[in-house]
Design a protein around this ligand. Structure first.
Ligand code: NI
Length: 181
């Protein structure tokens, strides 16, 4: 068990396209995924992709029971997904606030597809396939982007909806006060 260092935006390794995993059921793969879960838990994250700890492989993990960072978010099953693929099941666009362990302290308003069907493999090479919508679909799309070197700020359309969480909160509270005044 080991908590690994999470790379932050600006590190060029976060911008690479990761390679598919070729060998399943190995001790190395098992150890890597354990480290990813330890790292995600220590950082109180909802998901993590291997490139975020400097490993350029197409591996993501995610899962939420209840997370103080996402108090209103529905639960997402704990998932290991290797060499993922997806199809868009509902291409209506839903925007929501996202954060990323590689962009600490910040939040952005990001458009995503409402529903996707994803597939891939677990660490033993067993196929995984699921239909996801809502927050589950958002988490998947966010982690999938990491495997292609894409970070959520790249997808922000409304430029005033990106910034440090503290500043955004302060601005929201001011707007609320103005509205109720
Ligand atoms: Ni992220």
């Amino acid at each position: 068990m080991a908590v690994r260092q999470i790379l932050r935006i600006g590190d060029p390794r976060l911008r690479e396209v990761s390679k598919p995993v070729e060998d399943f059921g190995t001790r190395e793969l098992d150890a890597l995924i354990k480290d990813m879960f330890d790292t995600m838990a220590a950082a109180d994250g909802a998901g993590l992709a291997a490139p975020q700890i400097g490993v350029q492989l197409r591996i993501m993990i995610f899962g939420i029971e209840s997370n103080p960072r996402y108090p209103d978010a529905e639960a997402v099953p704990t998932t290991v997904l290797i060499n993922p693929e997806f199809t868009v099941r509902d291409d209506s666009i839903v925007s929501g606030w996202e954060g990323c362990l590689s962009v600490p302290g910040m939040r952005g308003y990001v458009p995503r597809y409402r529903a996707v069907t994803y597939s891939g493999y677990d660490q033993e090479g067993k196929p995984v396939a699921r239909e996801a919508e809502g927050f589950h679909a958002v988490v998947f799309q966010h982690e999938y982007d990491h495997l292609d070197g894409v970070l959520y700020p790249d997808r922000i359309v409304e430029r005033d909806k990106f910034g440090f969480e503290e500043e955004l909160m302060a601005a929201a509270m001011q707007a609320e006060e103005r509205a109720s005044a």
